[in-house]
Design a protein around this ligand. Structure first.
Ligand SMILES: *Cc1c(COP(=O)(O)O)cnc(C)c1O
Length: 390
């Protein structure tokens, strides 16, 4: 049968029918180990009973009203997010790109209020911020931008993990109002900056009155061993965006702001029909409750360490391994050659992984992955890597 879906994705030859925790099952009930979580979305695994219950209960009452009215679940979720992050308030939307759009608008408003007519936002090489026009313009990947000119103006690009580069861009351009950066670059290849990068960025932003805006869409919701990755650095950004794992599969995005940044978007300045609707918010509230009750964020750190020491041991003799790096359960295994073919090979062995930036195997297993599954992941994938590089 011909597909009537626009071919925006090269799809793998598999279809899943149901899931349970870290397992997915295809139409013939074959079992697959999910070490990708739908790209950092299903962090609590598939068909989590608490999320299931929350969305069933909510759907019996209300799915949607409108942001014209007060929404109790949205108020509660904003409370929980503010509490867990140290930020001041939240704008809800439906995806990562939309959360970043809100952040970009907020930065422009910040400039506008300071009399800057052409505000500029510093963004990074190899970054990924989404597929809408503004977010693809902010993204540091020409493949994402190709064919969509004219791009949105107002972005200055510098190398990642280079605080001096940001500093000199700020000094050369007095229209800079904000810096938008991922605490760890996900799509760009699991690039982990120097431990004090965000601290230095915080200082620099304070010194020049810039908004420090963190894209935590992939790193957030416990993935790196803290609720938000910036919490490893004991700092607070001015703006922080979330999405992916926040609803464990129910679409929801959030733009969190603090201090002066929290007061910029006022009535009529921004909006979203679906943003923060009762269904999405009840799912996210359930996600946060489970993370807390089951101590999953702390475990993400331990499990990530276990996975990486496992791979380090099994791959120690393999000279094609450039680096094995991770923070919590955000894991990259970089090879010295393109390895996208490993995704299909792993699929044949009923293991779901991803390769990003051509040469880096990306693992984003669910936070609920257990010891046995961790051992399976290490055994299957290290064998495949060793065969592949031979
Ligand atoms: C996935 C991702 C986005 C885009 O999120 P969508 O929900 O696909 O719009 C933005 N930034 C980062 C860091 C991401 O990983």
């Amino acid at each position: 049968m011909t597909s009537h879906i626009m071919p925006t994705y090269g799809r793998l030859p598999v279809t899943f029918e149901r899931g349970e925790g870290a397992w997915l099952f295809d139409e013939n009930s074959n079992r697959y180990l999910d070490a990708l979580s739908g790209i950092a979305v299903c962090s609590l695994g598939h068909a989590h009973p608490t999320v299931h219950k929350a969305i069933c209960e909510q759907s019996k009452k209300l799915l949607h009203t409108s942001n014209l009215y007060k929404i109790p679940a949205q108020e509660q979720l904003a409370d929980r997010l503010v509490n867990k992050s140290g930020m001041d308030n939240v704008f809800f939307c439906n995806s990562g790109a939309e959360a970043n759009e809100a952040a970009i608008k907020l930065a422009r408003k910040y400039g506008y209020e300071r009399g800057i007519e052409k505000p500029e936002i510093i963004v990074m090489e190899k970054s990924f911020h989404g597929r809408t026009l503004a977010t693809l313009s902010a993204t540091g990947n020409t493949k994402v931008q190709k064919g969509f000119a004219p791009l949105v103006e107002g972005f200055i690009r510098v190398p990642y993990n280079d605080i001096r580069a940001i500093e000199s861009a700020v000094k050369q351009n007095k229209n800079v109002v904000a810096v938008l950066v991922e605490p760890i670059q996900g799509e760009g290849g699991i690039n982990i900056p120097a431990p004090d990068y965000l601290n230095n960025l915080r200082d620099l932003c304070d010194e020049h009155d810039l908004l420090m805006m963190l894209d935590e869409i992939q790193t957030g919701v416990g993935r790196t061993g803290k609720f938000l990755a910036f919490q490893h650095n004991d700092i607070l950004p001015d703006v922080c965006t979330m999405a992916k794992a926040l609803g464990n599969g129910v679409p929801i995005g959030a733009c969190l702001a603090r201090g002066k940044a929290a007061e910029l978007l006022t009535a009529g300045a921004h909006g979203s029909t679906f943003g923060g609707n009762p269904l999405a918010c009840s799912a996210a509230l359930a996600v946060i409750a489970v993370l807390d009750e089951d101590n999953l964020i702390e475990q993400a750190e331990q499990k990530g360490n276990a996975i990486c020491s496992g791979f380090t041991e099994k791959l120690q003799k393999n000279t094609h391994i450039v680096d094995i790096r991770h923070k919590g359960l955000m894991i990259g295994i970089e090879l010295d050659k393109p390895c996208t073919d490993l995704v299909k090979l792993a699929l044949q062995h009923h293991l779901l992984i991803n390769v990003t930036n051509e040469t880096t195997i990306r693992l984003l297993p669910p936070l609920i992955i257990d010891k046995q599954q961790i051992n399976m992941l290490i055994d299957i994938l290290s064998t495949l890597i060793n065969e592949f590089t031979q």
